[in-house]
Each structure stands twice: as structure tokens, then as C-alpha cells.
Ligand binder design. Structure first.
Ligand SMILES: Cc1cc2nc3c(=O)[nH]c(=O)nc-3n(C[C@H](O)[C@H](O)[C@H](O)COP(=O)(O)OP(=O)(O)OC[C@H]3O[C@@H](n4cnc5c(N)ncnc54)[C@H](O)[C@@H]3O)c2cc1C
Length: 438
């Protein structure tokens, strides 16, 4: 059976739903269908996310993508749609070496008017039991190469949202505007056909024929034909693009989260640290060693612990990655409890894993046109905090590349910031390098 639509969006995560919403908002008359192989919206990596959001970046590209998205989330909440937005702030805890290395980045953030506070050792005493120095004869600290903390960088316009609320927001608006969704629909392959129509020779499209992606073949044998296909399949993008010979420079890597109860004792005291925000919770903490992070989840009275480990963690696509208890026990827990002793001996009561879609070029997302289709992926673990900007960029790129409206060469993001519409593309990529890397 063959179905038809004007625009087919494949992938119902944060990026697919934001894109579908903005495409429909700018082209209400078009028949736009969003499909996903999962039974509902946002059940891929969006559901696995820590869903932290921050605007503390030195690069103007990252700043525009995240700051506008955060402003949009604030506005959505103000309008009465709860996204679970909690601006508890980010607190980077840095060694002397890190503080020096990030000097230029911090100056750049200040130039960009990002609200920041620099905290010294005295200020950091507000975080209960935080160890900011290790004695020279501390054998564990020496073995793990732990150094004292000399600087805290606090970003107040940073926090968290609930990603399921975000996808519900975009899905509800998309449906209300007449968009269609179909879940439980797995795409087996994309259809690549001659742009000018088939001539009846074997093996089409042939080398000399112009080609375009015209739709998708589903796992149940049916097909959906579309004027334009928009691919938002996150870490699974290569499965559909590789067979066509399209390289989107994205590699998936597993990321894990471990949830620790904090309903009583010293962990509850840490959770309800006062003085950093109106929520009276401790900020999201990033420890100096290995980028181990601690997310306060006050509504659950838990902490979520994670870490973006690099060397030694394979790039490999996994449909159902599992969290490794040993990773928590031997990699995370020793560092965590050295800096925050209240975590000593604590074990997670829940753990899960998902994957980041890493852009192997520069850790910035890709939004590009190829063979008449649009692709958004490669957000490198920042798809929630950039979701609104990326959705707007997909819709703007549709006008620019697919409809050929070449005057519309900039995308306007929520708070009036603009970016070149193809700055995240493969061919005209122009992203400022990010200096604030911990
Ligand atoms: C542990 C962890 C922590 C994270 N923490 C943060 C964070 O703090 N802040 C942040 O901004 N980001 C974070 N991220 C990243 C964030 O979750 C992603 O960037 C975001 O969810 C990407 O959205 P997406 O729509 O591209 O992908 P997804 O949500 O994965 O959506 C892709 C969809 O495509 C569908 N699909 C794939 N292939 C097919 C097919 N063949 N047919 C039909 N459907 C298909 C999938 O079912 C899926 O629903 C984290 C991720 C993980 C795993």
C-alpha cells in the first residue's frame, strides 16, 4: 500500500516534533505526517535524557541555539503550559588548571552578556561537605589524580526541564494545527528515485540521473511518498542514510544515568541547599575530574549521576543500551564521594542508558539538505537544550533549500537572535568553535 503526504517527518523525539511543529506553523495548508517506530512520542533518547539546559557557552552559535531555546521554554511556562522547568543553575567546580584554561572562555561569555557568578573557596562552603582540597598524603586522591577546587562558575540561567512535557507541547500544537502522527511505524529504508521520473531501465536511479529522496519504505512493506522527507532519527540516522551513500558525520555513544535516593540525612541536606536559586535546591554540579555531574531532582528526592566518558567508550549504535553498575561503583562513585563524602557507600536504586548522537566534526548539530530531504541530527548530547532553535532552523531551511526562497537566508530564533539558515549544514557550515569545554 502507498500513502502520500507533502512532508514526511521521520522521528518523533524532541527534534522531530519541534521540526514538525514549526513546519506546520509556517505552512498550515501542507499535509505533514510525522512517524516513529515507537508506540508514542519522545520514547527514543529524548526519554533517557538528563534534560539539563544551559546557556553558558563561549561560541555565538551555541549561545544563540541554547539561549533562545531557554527563553522559549520560559515563555511556554509563562503561558500556562508546564514544562517542568527548574532553573536551579549550573555550578562548574574547577581546579586551578581548569580555571586558567577557561579564562578566555569566561571572558567571552561575559562579552556575550551571559549571566555568570564566579565563586571562590569561601562561597563554595555553601555546598554542604564539598571538599575543595585534598591533603598531600591522601592516597585515594593521589591514585585518582584528584585536585582541589579553586573556582566555581555559576550560571543562573541554566537548569532542567521534563522532556516528555516538551514533546507533548510540540505534539499538541502540531496536531491542533492539523498535522498527523503515526506511531508504531518503522522505516526500513528511504526511497531514492530519479528526480525527473523513471525511464524504465534496470537499476534506476542510474549514475546520470538526478536523484532525490521521495519517501520511505516501511518495515510492514507499505510505502509513504512525500514531496519532502525530514529525517530526525537521532542516533539512528546512519541506518537510513548510509545505504544511500550519505555521510552525516554522526556517531552514537552510550551514556548512562544513576539515580540515588536523597530523602533523608546528609544527601537530603545537600539536595535542599539554600542560597543559589529560588527553588532552594543545590545547583547542578559538575565535578573537576572526568566531568562527572550531579543533577538534583527535588520532585523525586533523588540525585541523578552521570558522566560523558570519552576514551575507552566505544562509538557503536545500540538499540537498547544498558547501564553498567560497575561503571557507577568503580568509575563514578570513588570520585563523587571524594568531593562529596555524603555519597560514600550510596548505591543507585534505578539506572538507565541511552545514546548521544555525536557530531564528529565539531560537536555541534547538523541541519542540512541532501537529495531533496532535510536531516537534523548530531546534537552531541544537547538536543533538549537546543530543540526549539533546531526546530525553527529545519523549518527555515525548508523555505530556503526546498522552496528555493534564497532571500530567507537567516533563521530568526525565539528571542530575536538570528543565524545563517545553513550554518549547521555540511557544505556551508560556519559554527564558532566552543572554548568552554570541561
Ligand atoms: C543519558 C543521556 C543524558 C542526556 N542529557 C542531556 C541533557 O542534559 N541535555 C540535553 O540537551 N540533552 C541531553 N541528552 C541528549 C538528548 O536526549 C538528545 O539530544 C535528544 O533527545 C535528541 O532528540 P532526537 O529527537 O534527535 O532523538 P530521539 O529522541 O532519539 O528521537 C529519534 C526518534 O527516531 C525514531 N526512529 C529512529 N529510527 C527510526 C526508523 N527507522 N523508523 C521510525 N522511527 C525511527 C526513534 O524511535 C526515536 O523516537 C542526553 C541523552 C542521554 C542518552
Amino acid at each position: 500500500m502507498v500513502h502520500r503526504c507533502d512532508i514526511l517527518v521521520i522521528g518523533g523525539g524532541a527534534l522531530g516534533l519541534a521540526s514538525a511543529h514549526y513546519l506546520k506553523a509556517s505552512h498550515p495548508k501542507l499535509d505533514i505526517l510525522l512517524i516513529d517506530r515507537m508506540p508514542g512520542a519522545g520514547q527514543g533518547n529524548t526519554a533517557k535524557s538528563a534534560a539539563m539546559i544551559r546557556n553558558t557557552f563561549s561560541s555565538q552559535t551555541n549561545l544563540a541555539l541554547t539561549d533562545s531555546t531557554i527563553d522559549f521554554f520560559i515563555e511556554v511556562e509563562r503561558s500556562g503550559f508546564p514544562l517542568g522547568l527548574e532553573l536551579m543553575g549550573y555550578l562548574w567546580l574547577m581546579t586551578e588548571g581548569q580555571a586558567k584554561a577557561n579564562n578566555a572562555a569566561i571572558a567571552q561569555m561575559r562579552n556575550h552578556q551571559i549571566p555568570l557568578r564566579l565563586l571562590d573557596g569561601d562561597d563554595l562552603r555553601a555546598v554542604p561537605q564539598l571538599r575543595t582540597s585534598f591533603s598531600a598524603d591522601d592516597p585515594e586522591a593521589a591514585v585518582m589524580g584528584l585536585e582541589g577546587i579553586t573556582l566555581g562558575l555559576f550560571g543562573p540561567k541554566c537548569g532542567a526541564i521534563e522532556p516528555d512535557r516538551l514533546v507533548q507541547y510540540y505534539e499538541q500544537r502540531f496536531l491542533a494545527a492539523g498535522g498527523r502522527v503515526r506511531y508504531g511505524a518503522a522505516v526500513a529504508s528511504l526511497l531514492l528515485e530519479p528526480s525527473g521520473g523513471a525511464v524504465g531501465l534496470p537499476g534506476e536511479p542510474l549514475v546520470w540521473q538526478d536523484k532525490r529522496i521521495t519517501g520511505a519504505k516501511l518495515a510492514d512493506g507499505s510505502a509513504i511518498m512525500a514531496q519532502t522527507v525530514v529525517l530526525c532519527t537521532g542516533t539512528w540516522a546512519n541506518q537510513l542514510l548510509d545505504p544511500l551513500g550519505v555521510d552525516c558525520h554522526m556517531k552514537p555513544k552510550t551514556r548512562q544515568l544513576f539515580s540515588i535516593p536523597a530523602s533523608e540525612g546528609s544527601l537530603a541536606q545537600l539536595l535542599h541547599t539554600r542560597g543559589f536559586n529560588d527553588l532552594q535546591v543545590v545547583p547542578f554540579l559538575i565535578l573537576p575530574r572526568s566531568g562527572i555531574y550531579v543533577k538534583p531532582v527535588a520532585r523525586e528526592r533523588h540525585f541523578w549521576i552521570g558522566c560523558s566518558d570519552g576514551l575507552g567508550r566505544a562509538y557503536a549504535l545500540e538499540d537498547d543500551p544498558q547501564a553498567e553498575e560497575g561503571f557507577f561503583n568503580y568509575s563514578l562513585s570513588p570520585v563523587l564521594s571524594a568531593y562529596l563524602p555524603q555519597f560514600a557507600g550510596q548505591r543507585p536504586d534505578r539506572m538507565w542508558a541511552g545514546q548521544y548522537a555525536y557530531s564528529t566534526i565539531d560537536r555541534n548539530p547538523f541541519v542540512f539538505a541532501e537529495a531533496g530531504a532535510l536531516v537534523a541530527t548530531g546534537d552531541s548530547g544537547s538536543g533538549i537544550m537546543k530543540a526549539d532553535a533546531i526546530g525553527r532552523m529545519v523549518a527555515a531551511l525548508y523555505d530556503y533549500e526546498i522552496l528555493g526562497e534564497k532571500a530567507a537566508d537567516h533563521v530568526e530564533l525565539f528571542n530575536g537572535r538570528t543565524l545563517p539558515v545553513d550554518c549547521l549544514s555540511l557544505t556551508n557550515r560556519s559554527v564558532q568553535p566552543e572554548r568552554f569545554v570541561i
